[in-house]
Structure formats: structure tokens, C-alpha cells
Design a protein around this ligand. Sequence first.
Ligand code: NAP
Length: 497
Amino acid sequence: MAGSGVFAEIKDGDGVFRYYSDGEWKASASGKSVPIINPTTRNTHFKVQACTQEEVNKIVESARAAQKLWAKTPLWKRAELLHRAAAVLKEHKAPIAECLVKEIAKPAKDAVTEVVRSGDLISYCAEEGVRILGEGKFLVSDSFPGNERTKYCLTSKIPLGVVLAIPPFNYPVNLAVSKIAPALIAGNSIVLKPPTQGAVAALHMVHCFHLAGFPRGLISCVTGKGSEIGDFLTMHPGVSCISFTGGDTGIAISKKAGMIPLQMELGGKDACIILEDADLDLGAANVVKGGFSYSGQRCTAVKVVLVMESVADELVEKVNAKVRKLTVGAPEDDCDITPVVTESSANFIEGLVMDAKQKGATFCQEYRREGNLIWPLLLDHVRPDMRIAWEEPFGPVLPVIRINSVEEGIHHCNASNFGLQGCVFTRDINKAILISDAMETGTVQINSAPARGPDHFPFQGLKDSGIGSQGITNSINMMTKIKSTVINLPTPSYTMG
Ligand code: NAP
């Protein structure tokens, strides 16, 4: 059960989950809590502390102090602690997964996978960090005209300071550790602000780092609504780097933040282009997996299908046959389609569906909704004047746009404000590579649905989909700065003989 056993200390006597500061679990002086609504029952399931600005100040202060010592800690020792945290996390996968089921309605098996994958990510990061941070460069001055070989430059990667990590609701554990582990191995301290839906899973994950024995103050976790505490955190002068994953909030943060490195992973409208020569069974399987896994609540979900008119009927038929087999219901029953995260998300999705209906889209299934649960829906004959052609539903609703040329598909993809991922299905590899070159997205998958992993692959969005690149190696590099030390030798007094 959440907050019991080794996790008992993370909850106070009133059942409110504590926040984590300076190596201790604390109740906020605000005396206020934030409810976490179970998306399935729509009742309050957990409560977390609403932290105050003073508490944030204290956290940042201790994070700065702890970081100074941590930067001097040998890499192997940092890695050892990370490996320990990974093992503790995996050992406690069941209670953490249970929180994911209750807070964000993640299907039970996927919830366990998220925790295990996060443990793997931490270990991979520890190993990668030891390798890439153990290396620096040695340069000499003679390439600069008029210089003797008297300047030696030594460069190494140094930490930035305090990294503020803000993950979204859909992977509150995995997208938190994808920021925490690179920051720590690189010698930074971490202040985590988890999403409200998903905060309790994240607090359990943080406790695993606590149990692993990290120094006090190095890792902290502030809870509270992003709309209330978010600006104070992101504009805090003690923060040296922000790693954020989420929606449009990230665009606002990047305009308000100071002169510090930003890593922004934002929304997407990932297009799936299907050509006449595609393997349509493979395409249909990927459209369904890509479009409907975790009820479409993934940044890299297929969010629009752009299919050549000549094969569209056949593709839609194959997709519909698979949609009929999707199970719909409670996350505890491990259903394919579970309630979307909040009532306002469900209302937003419904708005997109009604707009498409009014403008004449073909409904391949009847639209059905009970509370936050929306049945999977494929909308055919979607046109560019419909909102769903451009907006991110973040739900189990997938538009199909029929195209008459590859150029039309590429044009639609590139006209989007987003540029996260895309995919193309064709048996012609030359064509696939040309299309990949033409698509303005951070990644293009050939003959498979968009996906974030494996976690060490570079992952990035163009345009409104993000700033910078992640993946384990890129994140470690992003959370460091190059430091140069130049040794100036005396000018040699040799004679040319
Ligand atoms: P969101 O509403 O933007 O929230 C993301 C995080 O920001 C949450 O922790 C939220 O806390 C916090 N927040 C809210 N207001 C803030 C503020 N003023 N300052 C600082 N932080 C603030 O996104 P979401 O609904 O959780 O996630 C869905 C979105 O994330 C989708 O657009 C999806 O495409 C995107 N996403 C992108 C990637 C990627 O890698 N590109 C991966 C996953 C998801 P509260 O929960 O307390 O409001």
C-alpha cells in the first residue's frame, strides 16, 4: 500500500504525503494540501503538501551547499550511489506502480514497466557518466599564427549547480529520473517539482534515493500546484539549469527563466505517413500501438495519420479491426484504454471530437464517454480546417487525413507548430530517407511508430516541441559546462641549429 512499510515516513499522521528537504520528510508550514484526484473514481485519492516560497528558498540553499561537496565526490562514488538507488527503486516497483495506477490511471503492467525502465535508466546513466565525464581534452597553442607551443589548455566538464527538474504527469517517475540521474552523475544537485497527478509516485521514487544514502540536501522534492509555486521555482536565482517536460507551460517558462541552460521537451503532433507500397498490416499495427497506447497520452503518440488515398480504405479497415479488440476500462484490470488524467482533459478531447463532427469527419466508431473514460475513436476524412488536424488531443482519438501525394503529407507535417517525431511506412528505403530528410521533426522512425526510447538514443523536438537534445549522453553533457585551464610556459630560448 502507498506510504506504508519502508515508505511510512513519507506520510504524516493525517495521511498527507510530506515533501523532502535537506534529507528529511517534512510537513509544510502552509498547513495546506493539494488533492490528487483518481482519474477512474474521480475522488480524492492522495494529498500532498502545498510548499511555501520560504520552504523553496531553504531547499535551494541546502541544494547549493550540498552541490559544492558533491562536485568533489569521485565519479565512481556517485555512480555507486546511483546503482544503489536503481536497485532500491526496482525492489519497490510494486508500491510505486500502484501509485501510478491510482494517480494517473496507468494500466497496471505499464506502471510496473515504467518503474523498472527507470531503474535501468539510472544504472545506464551512472555507467555512461563515469566514461564520458572521466575524459577531458588537451590542446596546444601552435595552431594560432605567431604563437610558440607555449600554451597548454586542459578542458574538463564541470557541473552547473542546482538543476530544477519538472516532469509531466504521463511519466512522473521515468521522466523525473531521466533528469535526476544525469544531473547527479555530472555533479549537480537536484530540486524536483513533480506533476500534481503523479506526485505520490514521484515521492516514493525520491525515497528510494534517500534509502540509497545520498548526502543531505543533494536531492529535494517540492510539492504544490505548478500554477502556484512554478514561477517562483523557475525564476529562482539559485537555480542554475531547468530541465522541463510538459506542454505549452514550457514555452512560458523559457520566456521567464534567467540566463541559464534550458532543456525543454514539449508537445508533439507526430505524423504517420503511409505510402502506397507500405506493408499495411505493419502500418495498421503501429498506428494502433502508436496512437492508443496509454490512451494516447504520450508525447510521441501517433497524433495524425497521413495516408495515400489509394490505400486509405484498406488501412482504415485494418486499423478499425484492431481498435475493436482494444479493451476499455480500469487501469487495475490492465485495460488498453483507461480514463484520461483529468476531467478537463476529457472535456478538451470532447471539444476536438465535436468540432470534427460539426465539420464532417467520418466517425469509424460511435463516440462514447463515461466520466474521464473515452472509448477509442478513429476519425476518417479529417480535413485541415478541423482543429484535430493540428491540436494535440492527448487522448484515445486519432485523425486520418487522406493525401494524394507524398509532398502533401510532408507539407502537413511541416506546417505544424510542433516538430517532435514522425514516422513513414514504405518498402522503399531510399524514399524513406528522402522523406525523413524533408520532415521537420527531431526524429523520424522508418517503418515503426514514434517512440522516445531506448533511453540513450538522442531525443529532441524542433519548433514548439523543445529546446536542446536529450537521451542519456546528451543530458549529461547538457548539465555540464566546459572548464578550461591554460598553462602558460615560458617562451623557449632554443636556437635553431
Ligand atoms: P503541463 O501541464 O505543461 O505540466 C508539466 C509540469 O509543469 C507539471 O509538473 C506541472 O505541475 C508543471 N507546471 C505547471 N505550471 C507551471 C509553472 N507555471 N511553472 C513551472 N511548472 C509548472 O503538461 P502535462 O499535462 O503534465 O503533460 C502533458 C504534456 O507534456 C503534453 O503536451 C505532452 O506532449 C508533453 N510531453 C512531452 C514530452 C517530450 O518529451 N517532448 C514527454 C511527455 C509529455 P502541476 O501538475 O502541479 O500543474
